[in-house]
Structure formats: structure tokens, C-alpha cells
Design a protein around this ligand. Structure first.
Ligand SMILES: Cc1cc2nc3c(=O)[nH]c(=O)nc-3n(C[C@H](O)[C@H](O)[C@H](O)COP(=O)(O)OP(=O)(O)OC[C@H]3O[C@@H](n4cnc5c(N)ncnc54)[C@H](O)[C@@H]3O)c2cc1C
Length: 435
């Protein structure tokens, strides 16, 4: 790139590429940088890429419902040629067990109804009819397998669930980033891979650009930190941590892949399920497998890592815990001797709600703290970041007069200050991956 960009975007994950796409469409000459050799190969590649609508807060629910529409209209949203190879959204539905831990989903049901999100109430018989491999004994509270009470039903039963028919998952999250990068290129966006940002350059209280590990400096009046689990490190380089009440921190996660019980076609009959009774979320995984993630129960220690580049990529006892927990719900589940799945990092925020914001440094913005739950929101997050940057660079003070932004599909205004780096910790949050 010979010309100086208008904006540098650090990171080519799903949110970084969405930001590049939206800013490029709005006329910005963007340059995206990533230390990896391929687009979308940060935490996005390890994402379970579940698209769901149930969040703990009303604003989170509205944002996720808006987010769903971009996956539904993926080809149209991107505007790439008919021969482009696109990520696929499997709209298999999402069922969430009603448990004491989630207040039997009363708040979630009310939020969905207020927002006009299709949602069905299922009783236990309907759950068993749709997933005949399920047994609905209750095991709450979730335990670790070395607890003598593990695997012993507590005498109660799951009474029912809510089902969101529009939930589902995207089959290839890295490809979805690459799709957005290709779409962004059509609007003039540029990408450089294999480049490591080691310094945030500043001049007179504003950002001036970045320095790479090679010593090369790239100058731009706007820099956006979309570095995923590397976000805290980059914010540290920019010297903007002091006025933030919300921290971000890399958190190690294990996701298990196990074969579906023999004779059950989970690829076509399965769905996304969130089950707080056993602290697992699951979805179909290619080849009649089941993907099992953790809903971060209190009994599991958080596996924080201070270094987003160097962490233990091997499975641990956590893998067995997740699989055995799911075995409580599906007694016919076979437990393979060989652990398979994904080990990756969340960029967890203090209250598990992301930060989409400006910073104390003029021209320096951040879209981070995505806490294992913002894949689905990437396109709308990119759109909102583009609007926020326009707003601030146009002279507005988002801290004192927060941007109000209309979510285009659902036609609702949101106060973007909800995602402020300086917000009080949101105690409505689940403080888990559920957001
Ligand atoms: C195991 C797992 C499961 C998940 N499941 C879901 C789910 O089911 N549904 C959902 O909605 N969300 C889910 N998420 C969350 C979702 O995947 C993330 O919120 C999203 O992918 C973050 O995208 P990103 O663009 O912000 O970051 P990333 O994809 O992490 O991209 C950041 C990029 O920045 C680059 N970078 C960092 N530092 C530097 C530097 N100094 N110089 C140059 N480049 C740098 C990295 O190389 C990386 O490519 C999950 C996440 C994980 C880890």
C-alpha cells in the first residue's frame, strides 16, 4: 500500500473484517493488519459460531436479533459474485432448558416477545419428542466429575424449554471472515497479513499510527483495536487502560467434539441446546458429531492466561468434565478415548459484555471483550463501530453524549453507551459466555 490509510484496523477476525467492510462501504480507506498468515485465524477460527437470540439483557437480545438477519441474508449482505464460496448458516433452531439457574427463562421470554422474536414454549414431552436421546433428570447444580455427587440425579426433572426456531450456527467461521474481507476489498479495503503490531504511535494526544515488529511505521489518524484476546495488550500499548472500568483478559476454553449416539442422526435432527442444569451448550458438528461447550459453572476454575500467543493448546480434565456432564443428559452418549475438539481463547470482559467504544486517546477505538458471545453480532458490531467512528471523528463526545444508533433490520434505537469501556459493571449479565 503506497498511500497512507484513513484508518488502521488491528485484527482480521470476524469483528475486524466486519468493521473493515462497514468502514470501507462508508468511504474510509482502511488497512487491516494481522500477525497471522490467514484472515480469520485468530479466535474466530475456533468459534462455535452459534447464532442465538437469548441474552440476559434487553439490549443484548435486541443486538443479537438484529445480528441474526445478516447471517440469514449472508450472500445479499456481502454482495460478492455468484461463484463466491460462502460460509453457510444452518438454521437448525436453538432450545434452552428452563431451569432455576436461568429464572425459568421468564425474562428471556418477555424480552423475545417485546422484540417480536419467534419463540415457542415446549413442555418436557415435546423436548423428548424432538430429541429422543435425551433424559430429563435434573443434576443441578453442575459438578466436577471428581465430586462424589457427580452423575446422581437430584430427584427433580427438567420441565420444559424455550425454542427459538431462528437459532443455528455457521459452519466455517474463518471462511465468514474471509467472505467479509473479500467484500471489503470490493470497496477498496486493504489487508496485510503476517505483520505484528508492537507499538501504537501517538502525537499531541492523538493516535498517529502503528509500528510493526519489523520497525516499519504506518501512519493513520484512526486506529481500531479488534485484536480479540490480544486486545488488552494493544490497549496497554496505547496507554488507554486507566480510564476503563471494564477490563478485558484472555480466557482459555476447551470445546469437545464427540460422535452422536449410534443410530441418531444429529446432523439433521439436532439443534443448538443450552442446558444450564448441566452447564453445557451443544450443537451439531459436521460428520454426525456433537460439539460440547461449557457454560462456565461456578465449580470450574477460570483458566486465565496472561499471554494470548502462548497458552496450553492441549486438552485437560476440563474436556472430560464437559463430555461426562453431557453424558448425564444423553445416557447413550459414547465417550471416546481420544479427546477431539478445539482449544482457544475468549477475550473475556469484566461483565462478559463487549466494549464497542472510543478511548481516552483521540482517534483510537476498540471493539473487544467479546467474551465468547459476539460472533453472531459481528456484522452489526462492524456497522455500529463505523457509525461510532464517524460520530466521534465528526467532533461529538460519545462519553458525554452517547451515540444513539438505529439497528437497521429491526428498526430500534440503541444507546451505544451500553457498550462503554467506562460503564458500571452490568449486574444483569449472566457473567458467563451467555452474556
Ligand atoms: C471456543 C470459542 C467458542 C465461541 N463460540 C461462540 C459462539 O458459539 N457464538 C458466538 O456468538 N461467539 C462465540 N465465540 C466468540 C467469537 O468467536 C468471538 O467473539 C469473535 O470471533 C471475536 O472476533 P474478533 O474479530 O474480535 O477477534 P479474533 O478472531 O480473535 O481476531 C483478532 C485478530 O487480531 C490479531 N492480532 C492480535 N494481536 C495482534 C497484533 N499485536 N498485531 C497484529 N495482529 C494481532 C490476531 O492474530 C487475530 O487474528 C466463541 C469464541 C471461542 C474462543
Amino acid at each position: 500500500m503506497t498511500q497512507q490509510p484513513d484508518a488502521i484496523i488491528i485484527g482480521t477476525g470476524v469483528i475486524g473484517t466486519a468493521t473493515a467492510f462497514e468502514m470501507a462501504k462508508a468511504g474510509w480507506k482502511t488497512l487491516s493488519l494481522d500477525r497471522n498468515a490467514q484472515i480469520g485465524h485468530g479466535s474466530t477460527a475456533g468459534s462455535c459460531a452459534i447464532i442465538r437470540m437469548h441474552y440476559s439483557t434487553f439490549d443484548g437480545t435486541a443486538f443479537a436479533w438484529e445480528g441474526y438477519h445478516y447471517w440469514r441474508d449472508w450472500a445479499e449482505y456481502l454482495g460478492l459474485g455468484a461463484d463466491a464460496s460462502l460460509a453457510t448458516f444452518k438454521e437448525c433452531g436453538c432450545m434452552v432448558m428452563r431451569t432455576e439457574a436461568n429464572g425459568f427463562l421468564d425474562k428471556h421470554l418477555a424480552n423475545s416477545r417485546d422484540l417480536g422474536i419467534p419463540v415457542e414454549e415446549w413442555d418436557a414431552a415435546q423436548v423428548e419428542k424432538r430429541l429422543s436421546i435425551y433424559a430429563l433428570d435434573s443434576f443441578a447444580p453442575p459438578k466436577r466429575i471428581d465430586d462424589p455427587a457427580f452423575g446422581k440425579p437430584n430427584g427433580g426433572r427438567i420441565d420444559g424449554a424455550l425454542y427459538w426456531p431462528n437459532g443455528g450456527y455457521v459452519t466455517d467461521p474463518a471462511l465468514s471472515s474471509q467472505n467479509m474481507a473479500d467484500a471489503a476489498r470490493q470497496h477498496g479495503a486493504a489487508f496485510r497479513l503476517g505483520v505484528d503490531v508492537v507499538e501504537i504511535l501517538q502525537e499531541n494526544g492523538r493516535v498517529k499510527g502503528v509500528k510493526l515488529a519489523s520497525g516499519e511505521e504506518i501512519h493513520a489518524p484512526v486506529v481500531v483495536n479488534v485484536a480479540g484476546p490480544g486486545s488488552a495488550h494493544i490497549n496497554g500499548l496505547a496507554g488507554v487502560l486507566d480510564d476503563m472500568t471494564i477490563e478485558t483478559r484472555p480466557l482459555r476454553q476447551e470445546v469437545a467434539h464427540v460422535p452422536a449416539p449410534e443410530g441418531f442422526d444429529f446432523d439433521s435432527l439436532g439443534m443448538v441446546v443450552s442446558d444450564s442444569d448441566i452447564a453445557c451448550y451443544i450443537r451439531p458438528e459436521h460428520g454426525n458429531n456433537i460439539l460440547i461447550g461449557s457454560e462456565d459453572p461456578e465449580c470450574d476454575p477460570h483458566m486465565w492466561t496472561e499471554n494470548d500467543r502462548d497458552y496450553n493448546g492441549d486438552f485437560t480434565e476440563q474436556w472430560n468434565n464437559q463430555v461426562m456432564r453431557y453424558g448425564q443428559r444423553v445416557p447413550s452418549l459414547g465417550i471416546p478415548s481420544q479427546a477431539r475438539g478445539v482449544v482457544d481463547l475468549y477475550d473475556a470482559s469484566t461483565d462478559w459484555i463487549p466494549i464497542y467504544d472510543k478511548s481516552a486517546l483521540g482517534g483510537y477505538y476498540m471493539a473487544c471483550g467479546t467474551s465468547g458471545n459476539q460472533y453472531k453480532n459481528a456484522p452489526i458490531a462492524g456497522k455500529m463501530m463505523a457509525a461510532l467512528i464517524e460520530y466521534c471523528e465528526g467532533g461529538a463526545d460519545h462519553d458525554s453524549t452517547p451515540l444513539h444508533y438505529r439497528l437497521p433490520y429491526i428498526g430500534r434505537d440503541i444507546d451505544v453507551g451500553f457498550y462503554s469501556r467506562r460503564r458500571p459493571i452490568n449486574d444483569e449479565s449472566s457473567f458467563s459466555v451467555l452474556g
